[in-house]
Design a protein around this ligand. Structure first.
Ligand code: FMN
Length: 181
C-alpha cells in the first residue's frame, strides 16, 4: 500500500507523527508537513520525527514531487490533523501546496481520502465544507475520543483514535479493544 499523509497546522501534529510511526513497515509512506504544522509542533509534547525506512518526507512547497501527479500511483491519503485552512482550500479546489495538490489529485483519480479536521467548536462554514467533501466520498474522521474500550492513559486514548483511522484505511492493528457487545 502507498499512503500519503498530510500533516497541517492544527493542534495534534504530534498525533499525526505518532500515526506515521505506528503504521506497519510494509506500507510505503509519503509524508508532508506544512510550515504551520512545524510551528504548531513547537507547542506540543516533545516527539521525535519517525525515521523508519518506509517513510519519505516532503516539503509542502515541493509542488513538483512525484506524488503531485496522478500518474504516480498511490492508494490513499489522510490529512491528519486537518486545519480549517486546509479544509477550506480542499473544499474549493485550491491546490497551491503539495498537500492540497495531492488532495485534488486523489479526488480526480477517485482514490480514498480521509480528513481528520481539528477545531472546536466548528463554525457553520467549516461544517458546510465537511458536508460538501463528505457528499463526494471524502471520509470525515476527526480525532474523537471513545471510552468503551476503557483506556487509562493519554497514550491509550491516542491509540484508540489512531486505530479508528487504521480501520478506515483497512489497515490491520491491535491498537484498541473492539466492542464485543
Ligand atoms: C499552536 C497552534 C495551534 C493551532 N491549532 C489549530 C487548530 O486546532 N485548528 C485549526 O484549524 N488551526 C489551528 N491553528 C492555525 C493554523 O495553523 C493556521 O490557520 C495555518 O494557516 C494553517 O496552515 P496549513 O493549513 O497550511 O497547515 C493553530 C496554530 C498554532 C500556531
Amino acid at each position: 500500500m502507498k499512503l500519503v499523509v498530510g500533516i497541517t497546522g492544527a493542534s495534534g501534529v504530534s498525533l499525526g507523527l505518532k500515526f506515521i510511526s505506528l503504521l506497519p513497515k510494509e506500507i510505503e509512506v509519503y509524508a508532508i508537513i506544512s510550515s504551520s504544522a512545524k510551528v504548531a509542533l513547537g507547542f506540543e509534547q516533545n516527539i521525535s520525527m519517525p525515521n523508519n525506512s518506509n517513510i519519505t518526507f516532503y516539503e509542502d512547497s515541493s509542488i513538483g514531487a512525484c506524488i503531485a501527479s496522478g500518474s504516480f500511483q498511490t492508494d490513499a491519503m489522510i490529512i491528519l490533523p486537518c486545519s480549517m485552512n486546509t479544509l477550506a482550500k480542499c473544499t474549493v479546489g485550491i491546490s497551491d501546496t503539495l498537500i492540497t495538490r495531492v488532495f485534488s489529485v486523489m479526488l480526480k483519480e477517485r482514490r480514498k481520502v480521509i480528513l481528520a479536521p481539528r477545531e472546536m467548536p466548528y463554525n457553520t462554514i467549516q461544517l458546510e465544507n465537511m458536508t460538501k467533501l463528505s457528499s463526494i466520498g471524502v471520509v470525515i474522521a476527526p480525532p474523537m475520543l471513545g471510552y468503551y474500550s476503557q483506556q487509562q492513559t493519554l497514550d491509550e486514548m491516542e491509540n484508540f483514535i489512531i486505530g479508528k483511522w487504521f480501520d478506515s484505511l483497512d489497515i490491520e492493528h491491535n491498537l484498541y479493544k473492539r466492542w464485543e457487545g
